[in-house]
Design a protein around this ligand. Structure first.
Ligand code: FES
Length: 104
């Protein structure tokens, strides 16, 4: 069962990505336009931090280590060497606070 957890205030969200932790798992929250999306920060190929990568083609993150691309909106792996997706988390904003839904 999922539960919504509070992460950051929108006013504190500078730039296009921030990393939060839940249950010792780093989760990258991306801002694309005025929407927020959350995916696991650790690349599914190795241990790189996707938040250190570059956003390309509007909604893809390119891993800084070996260049695999993931869809920021879904976590889907889009190119080698990653062959499995990263987990994605629903995100929403309420009263200026960004929430993500995590499994309990
Ligand atoms: S660690 Fe991300 S592509 Fe290898």
């Amino acid at each position: 069962m999922a539960k919504w957890i509070e992460t950051l205030k929108e006013e504190d969200f500078t730039g296009s990505v921030k990393v939060v932790e839940y249950d010792n798992v780093p989760i990258a929250i991306f801002k694309l336009g005025d929407q927020y999306y959350a995916i696991d920060d650790t690349c599914s190929h190795d241990e790189a931090s996707l938040s250190d990568g570059e956003i390309v083609e509007a909604c893809q993150i390119e891993c800084p280590m070996h260049g695999a691309r993931f869809d920021i909106k879904t976590g889907k792996n889009l190119s080698f060497p990653a062959v499995v997706p990263v987990k994605s988390y629903p995100a929403k904003v309420e009263n200026g606070v960004i929430y993500i839904a995590v499994e309990e």
